[in-house]
Design a protein around this ligand. Sequence first.
Ligand SMILES: Cc1cc2nc3c(=O)[nH]c(=O)nc-3n(C[C@H](O)[C@H](O)[C@H](O)COP(=O)(O)OP(=O)(O)OC[C@H]3O[C@@H](n4cnc5c(N)ncnc54)[C@H](O)[C@@H]3O)c2cc1C
Ligand SMILES: NC(=O)C1=CN([C@@H]2O[C@H](COP(=O)(O)OP(=O)(O)OC[C@H]3O[C@@H](n4cnc5c(N)ncnc54)[C@H](O)[C@@H]3O)[C@@H](O)[C@H]2O)C=CC1
Length: 444
Amino acid sequence: MSRIVVIGANHAGTAAVNTILSNSKEHEVVVFDSNSNISFLGCGMALWIGNQISGPEGLFYSSKAALEAKGAKVFMETRVLDLDFERKTILAEGKDGSMIQQPYDKLILATGSLPIVPMIPGHDLKNVQPVKLYQHAQDVIEKLKNPEMKDIVVVGAGYIGVELAEAFKRHGRNVTMIDVEKTCLSAYYDESFTDMMKRNLEEHGIRLAFGEKVTEIRGNGCVEEVVTNMNRYKADMVVMAIGFRPNAELGKKQLAQFRNGAYLVNKQQETSVTDVYAIGDCATVYDNSIDGENYIALATNAVRSGVVAAHNVLGTPLESAGVQGSNGISIFDLKMVSTGLTLNKAKRRGINALASDYEDLQKPEFIESENEPVKIRIVYDGETRVVLGAQMASRHDLSMGIHMFSLAIQEKVTVDKLALTDLFFLPHFNKPYNYITMAALSAK
Ligand SMILES: Cc1cc2nc3c(=O)[nH]c(=O)nc-3n(C[C@H](O)[C@H](O)[C@H](O)COP(=O)(O)OP(=O)(O)OC[C@H]3O[C@@H](n4cnc5c(N)ncnc54)[C@H](O)[C@@H]3O)c2cc1C
Ligand SMILES: NC(=O)C1=CN([C@@H]2O[C@H](COP(=O)(O)OP(=O)(O)OC[C@H]3O[C@@H](n4cnc5c(N)ncnc54)[C@H](O)[C@@H]3O)[C@@H](O)[C@H]2O)C=CC1
């Protein structure tokens, strides 16, 4: 019987543990997590804070008890402090100060990510709020019970920022969003799409302060205002959502790392040290849109990398198919989805990329209800014509279409092949010349 030790039991760790125990009972599986809960779906945080769901219960899909029922030994509130790759042991400290030395044959690192906190004056004032854990969401909800908490500044107009801005607006608070970039969601969409989201946010009363850099947070114990290089904004709470960094301190000295510190892994999730695997937000992913390693912190990647590592640890060789960074968002009912590279990103990488755009009604004009405008952009390589990315937006749910583009990028399909791909037609869903076909056919 070999010993498999998993450090971190959120999305990546839980996926690995479940896969191992569903496929084999022949191993001792020991799990450590420094938190008191497992499997909190951060994606539901804004829905919970914004009172769009009745409570947080459904935001968990596993627990210590569930993993133990499958056969794992689980130590919660137990932080791993040190890894000894020579002796193949790890050292952990329980909440009560007790020390545990645990030997392993195979080790899976699933320590995730941490919110980036800029080291500006005032970053440690009361009510400067990180938003990653279940406990953070609880803090925010508690603070919102105070009607004096009127002005909320959200720093970072990425995915977490825009979702929480909507949630705070639903509470009737004054919301200001600050981002260093000139627009929101700039990592995921080109301007014509981010302009739609900007308008959407403004129409719902959110004040946008884009192209500004926060230089200081001021207050007297508690936060009172946020200072940027251009303005000052009154603030009773400041939410910091400027991205994640990999939580990869444990193996820092010995494991090969990506430029941002993430553990560098191959397609089997193996690190540079034998029998040590890394999964989820603490590790790199293979990004098919750039044909190389990248860092993309998403629960979807975390879960899949957990499954891949588990099979390899069990001795069944399995390679990741790589990822495209596929993602989606719905803010005040404006739905946007994207995958792969934006045109801006492709150009920044020196790729001779082109974009084909198309706008239409989703269904034939004779469908008089639930027939919304749709907007699509396909990004492709100007020389090979291989699809590099896609973006879509509508008030209607068009999310399923992006999966095809994700597969197209993964499988290196050309835009011309996509134009002739068999896509069904039914007036309830689309037009005979549907927007995906039309965008592909319009590619120069
Ligand atoms: C508000 C919010 C919304 C999000 N929405 C989406 C979404 O809609 N779609 C999507 O795909 N992704 C979303 N994400 C991102 C997603 O949550 C992360 O990519 C995902 O949590 C990564 O999972 P992970 O298991 O790799 O890491 P983490 O979730 O960071 O978990 C790491 C675990 O390791 C434990 N740990 C760390 N260090 C130690 C140690 N030394 N000893 C013991 N235990 C340790 C931690 O306690 C934690 O439980 C969202 C994130 C947030 C915060
Ligand atoms: N719907 C989804 O799929 C969701 C995914 N997530 C994922 O969780 C991770 C973390 O999310 P976010 O924190 O929103 O990161 P993000 O990368 O989406 O956005 C960070 C934003 O902060 C801005 N920024 C960076 N430094 C700044 C600074 N010093 N001052 C002001 N602005 C600054 C960036 O320009 C960017 O717009 C991401 O990988 C994201 O994709 C999070 C929420 C929802």
